[in-house]
Ligand binder design. Structure first.
Ligand SMILES: C[S@@+](CC[C@H](N)C(=O)[O-])C[C@H]1O[C@@H](n2cnc3c(N)ncnc32)[C@H](O)[C@@H]1O
Length: 306
């Protein structure tokens, strides 16, 4: 059976002893590192602060995000008080850029909310992307959420109920690389999966699975991460390129310290537009456009099955 590429624990990590073990391992690795973005003492302080809130602990354990925490970041509506570091992650880190892209996704999806359409989210996580659309003026639209994590599917089901869309929504516990659907979907939306995979052949396989699942004429909307420039303190000539990410130098150092040195996030598999275009084309899809944000980063590719 395939396993999730993004995470391996449940949303809530209650086993304090395992967090302590993981933190001790990370601390040993940091102390032995030749080079860190921030001084060791500052890095260890960040490590300490990451243990103080649930999202931080999830990142330490998983080095990636599940559906629940992705939704938590994109919606940015924490239920209670947050620690200063969690506040920083939600409001100043590069995760905010991914949140902006989530809103662009929603605009693109809205064009596909039409009578009788079958819209799929793969992987769906808690499926905000499809469930937050307005279906009041359409009839016969079907929504399908696919994910390999049963906990996410449960949250997505509750989310569908909350939005009054349960009747129109179904869920499938499947590996995205091996979708059961054949020529079924008018739209597949895919955010936050391909960036966990580094092997170009595996990426093409994923896109083949999407291609198979789409009806002729159906569309794929898919995000990817383009390679960032080297940090401006290493290559000052790239400082302007960083301006596109709307992050100042101090925040960038903190970002690279947390997601790079400490967490070693596994989703940082970058792909150029031309790589993604050729993988999608190799999977049989025709790329219609690649849309970037106003700064020219955080793309979404739009591809069609002819
Ligand atoms: C970063 S979350 C993104 C969720 C959602 N697309 C969003 O934007 O909120 C990654 C999701 O991929 C799911 N996932 C990981 N590996 C998978 C696989 N092989 N097949 C299907 N889903 C998978 C995880 O369970 C998780 O829900």
């Amino acid at each position: 059976m395939a396993s999730t590429v993004s995470h391996h624990t449940g949303t809530r990590i209650t086993d304090a002893a395992s967090t302590e073990r993981i933190t001790a391992d990370i601390e040993r690795r940091l102390r032995a590192a030749d080079r860190l973005v921030l001084p060791l003492e500052d890095t260890l302080e960040l490590l300490h602060h990451l243990q103080q809130f649930e999202l931080g602990r999830f990142l330490l354990h998983n080095r990636g995000l599940n559906g629940y925490w992705t939704s938590y970041i994109f919606r940015n509506r924490p239920k209670g008080p947050v620690t200063p570091l969690e506040h920083w992650l939600l409001n100043n880190s590069l995760l905010c850029q991914a949140r902006e892209r989530y809103h662009r996704f929603r605009e693109l999806i809205a064009e596909h909310v039409t009578d009788g359409a079958t819209l799929a989210s793969v992987p769906c996580g808690v499926m905000d992307d499809l469930l937050e659309q307005d279906y009041r003026n359409v009839t016969g639209t079907r929504l399908v959420g696919v994910d390999l994590d049963t906990e996410s599917l449960r949250y997505a089901e509750e989310n569908a109920q909350r939005h009054g869309l349960a009747e129109h929504t179904s869920f499938r516990h499947e590996d995205a690389w091996n979708l059961g659907a054949e020529a079924e979907f008018d739209l597949v939306v895919s955010n936050g999966l391909n960036m966990y995979e580094s092997d170009p052949a595996r990426l093409t396989d994923l896109y083949r699975s999407f291609h198979r699942a789409l009806r002729p004429g159906g569309r794929l909307l898919i995000s990817f991460l383009t390679p960032p420039p080297p940090p401006p303190w290493e290559a000052p000539e790239h400082a302007a390129a960083w301006a596109k990410y709307r992050i100042g130098e101090d925040d960038l150092r903190r970002e690279l310290s947390i997601m790079g040195d400490i967490v070693q996030a596994t989703y940082l598999n970058f792909a150029s537009e031309s790589d993604v275009r050729s993988q999608l084309e190799a999977a049989g899809l025709t790329v219609q456009a690649v849309r970037y944000n106003a700064g020219g980063v955080l793309p979404i590719a739009i591809a069609v099955k002819q």
